[in-house]
Design a protein around this ligand. Structure first.
Ligand SMILES: N[C@@H](CCSC[C@H]1O[C@@H](n2cnc3c(=O)[nH]cnc32)[C@H](O)[C@@H]1O)C(=O)O
Ligand SMILES: [Zn+2]
Length: 436
């Protein structure tokens, strides 16, 4: 009989999913990056079983890794470069001119900075849509993080369109399912106001040929919707449907200014949504009708967007905002409860960004993507309700250890595969280049 080599993780408490909490010591047996067994108390190895690694973390609380369903990682280099501006002038007057100066090394170091910030604040899976994405993928591969990555494309001229199709095709070939499936690739048409309808159709055809999904910004601002209606007589959602986009598994970021008809279109086609409450507030875009989208059965995850429109990548903040903002807007304290916000930041977010069934929870058969919180944090006391503490009290500062695909990637707050001093040096060097 071949010997099985397993990792055992023993913790003081665990939130398995939004409905299941262990408030006494529990162990997880992990093999091949997958949770094979969960049990109360310490683990007793089976005959013929060798425990290769034993993480004894009795003062930790395990939760599923958080899932950031929308962002542009290397925009960490643009953090603080453009504040207090609405989306369109922010993009055209501040962001695009700086992005024109970005180099391959900017994308590599900016993405590595983002993985450092995300991993140490409890995010184990994120999505990306940016440029020079081979260097971003290299950083994600090195960091140990799980990524759903796309080449952002715009189609405002023929050269850009052909170039975008070629870069997208190459990126899928080079990186889809890389690092034993830790990296997945989708297509990334930027938005309906930068990708004409026929180009969106070409992108949908390419996605169908390559067998991948896509991510796109939709109905983020009132201006976007009004312009789209004026130009095509359709909302951005209806235009995306007419372009054939929703024949492809689609993750639509923002969906702030959507009508009931738009939500019905998204429901019928199974369009997933990335809700980015902090970015929508900071850019003055508005507040998405999250309760209505959830009521109608849409799959909605949470995202930070880029660090230039947030300005951090903290999913605990995004989760708490999702659980409180809509209560205030609707004057209804039962709106988007703790379990719903937690589910959006984990299980539903994983589904939204095309992760396999079982991702985003700590059940048997799930990928072992796990965050270990400091069980001795004052924010965990007196613990009337552990899930409530995780959503309404705990923060990124309480993250101690992080495991992705069964591998320890953060220990006592330090990322194990990222040279943080070198990242800080390079990012500061590049900031002066971008400021020039
Ligand atoms: N401009 C890239 C293609 C798009 S990458 C993704 C783009 O989305 C931009 N972006 C970041 N946040 C948002 C947002 O909230 N709405 C729309 N675009 C955004 C970001 O600055 C970047 O230009 C190129 O020419 O290769
Ligand atoms: Zn975005």
């Amino acid at each position: 009989m071949t010997e099985s080599k397993v990792t055992v993780i023993e913790v003081g408490q665990a939130v398995i999913d939004a409905d299941t909490v262990y408030t006494e010591p529990v162990h997880f047996v992990v093999e091949g990056g997958i949770i094979r067994e969960i049990g109360v108390g310490s683990y007793v190895p089976k005959p013929g079983q060798r425990v290769e690694r034993w993480l004894r973390k009795g003062d930790r609380v395990a939760i599923p890794g958080l899932v950031n369903t929308h962002g542009h990682a290397a925009m960490t280099l643009l953090r603080g470069a453009g504040d207090d501006m609405p989306l369109m002038s922010w993009l055209h007057d501040r962001i695009f001119p700086i992005e024109a100066r970005l180099t391959e090394e900017c994308i590599y170091w900016g993405t590595l900075l983002a993985t450092w910030e995300m991993l140490t604040s409890g995010t184990t899976t994120y999505t990306d849509m940016y440029m020079m994405m081979d260097r971003a993928a290299q950083a994600v591969a090195e960091s140990g993080m799980r990524g759903v990555l796309s080449v952002g494309v715009v189609g405002l001229d023929d050269t850009g369109r052909e170039n975008g199709i070629r870069r997208s095709r190459d990126f899928v070939a080079n990186w889809h399912q890389a690092c034993e499936g830790r990296i997945q690739v989708t297509l990334g048409p930027h938005a309906p106001y930068t990708c004409p309808e026929d180009y969106l159709h070409d992108i949908a055809e390419l996605a169908s040929e390559l067998g991948v999904g896509l991510q796109i910004h939709l109905s983020e601002t009132r201006v976007e919707v009004d312009d789209c209606l004026a130009n095509s007589g359709l909302t951005p959602i209806a235009l995306a449907e007419r372009a054939g986009l929703f024949q492809i598994p689609t993750l639509a970021a923002h969906c702030v200014h959507v009508t009931d008809d738009d939500i019905e279109i998204m429901r019928v086609h199974g369009v997933h949504v990335a809700h980015n409450p902090q970015s929508n507030l900071k850019l003055g875009s508005g507040v998405a009708p999250l309760p209505r989208m959830l009521e109608r059965g849409l799959t909605v995850g949470l995202g930070t967007d880029g660090a230039a429109s947030n300005n951090n990548l903290d999913m605990f903040e995004e989760m708490r905002l999702a659980a409180t903002l809509h209560k205030g807007i609707h004057e209804d304290a039962q709106c988007v409860n703790a379990a719903t916000a937690f589910r959006m930041a984990t299980e539903m977010g994983a589904t939204a960004c095309f992760q396999p069934h079982g991702a985003g929870v700590l059940r048997v058969g799930s990928p072992c993507d796990m965050v270990l919180l400091d069980g001795k944090s004052p924010r965990m006391l007196p613990q009337h309700n552990l899930l409530s503490d995780v959503v309404y009290a705990v923060g990124a500062d309480d993250v101690r250890d992080v495991i992705v695909a069964g591998e320890l990637v953060v220990q006592n707050g330090e990322p194990l595969a990222i040279d943080t001093e070198r990242v800080a040096y390079e990012v500061n060097r590049l900031r002066s280049l971008l400021q020039a």
